[in-house]
Ligand binder design. Sequence first.
Ligand code: ES4
Ligand code: ZN
Length: 359
Amino acid sequence: MKTPNDRTSQASQQDELVDFLRQLPKAELHVHIEGTLEPELMFTLAERNGVSLPYRNVAELRAAYDFQDLGSFLELYYAGAQVLITKQDFYDMTWAYLQRAHEDGIVHTEIMFDPQTHTRRGIALETVFAGIADALRDAHRRWGLSSRMILSFLRDLSEQDAFITLNKALPLRQEYGDLWTAIGLDSAELGNLPEKFVHVFAQCAHLGFRLVAHAGEEGPAEYVHNALDVLHVERIDHGVRSEEDPALLHRIIDNRIPMTVCPLSNIRLGVFPSMADHSVVRLLRRGATVTLNSDDPAYFGGYLVDNFLACVTELGLTRDECRQLARNSIQASFLPDDAKQALLSAQTAEQAYQHNTVL
Ligand code: ES4
Ligand code: ZN
């Protein structure tokens, strides 16, 4: 049997690193299910549904993924979602993500979905819920991979539109309440302040939903403050610009407010000029409860393990820090405490096994 010292080539070291990252039991807490739609599946669904795409083939579509900022990405992302028509389409997209997630060692996932992207095209909310939920339930049966659904409001639309969406969705809580337990806020951040959604978030809290919001991605640290103070969210999606405000960063560290950070997304959308500039490892080393996530993996060039890899190779993230990030992801999830403990002890057992056999 080979020991690590025998494997000297860079390629095998890389393989060993990928194996290590894959076997870490971890949760993904920030992934937009519409952002997992790979170009190949997009073309398949377009054909199946007779929807025409303004690209001749997959390569042409991929070549268009050359984003300047969040706005230029969102335009393509909403256009791509138009191929999703039937329950089977939502199922196929979600199932493809879950298979990939399972390969990456994800044991729990909290996926965001944007009902307004679909209802405004005349797709019934029930179709969206049913397709996604069926796939999530199948993954739980097949691999024990648990999940939650985070219904996210588009912040470039009005609060009234969010209320309409919430009211349309509430009757579905009967059937999908085990999965749909949280509310999020996404889409174009600049100029669409957290304050705009104060009433609908208060109503969602009153109804017993857990709350998250994107903040401090393109928007300044002030948006993070207001997501916490005005919307009363428990987790901040992105939050990387919090580093610009020392008082805010202290608050986040002291109160262990989780941040769901998406490094490859931030690079592709120009939030940081390059991986070398990314704040995630600095934040982690200052004691922030950071988690790593893929955001829109089909658009940003990588799934969860790819995000870990980029932090290891370009920011010097250590193996212990990888384990810490994996633990953070489970701790920051919306699972009940007993389920978190079970997953955390699985990680401890895995680590003991690694130490005894390989390391
Ligand atoms: C998103 Cl990267 C990002 N930011 C905000 N909203 C989004 N929706 C899908 N991806
Ligand atoms: Zn996001």
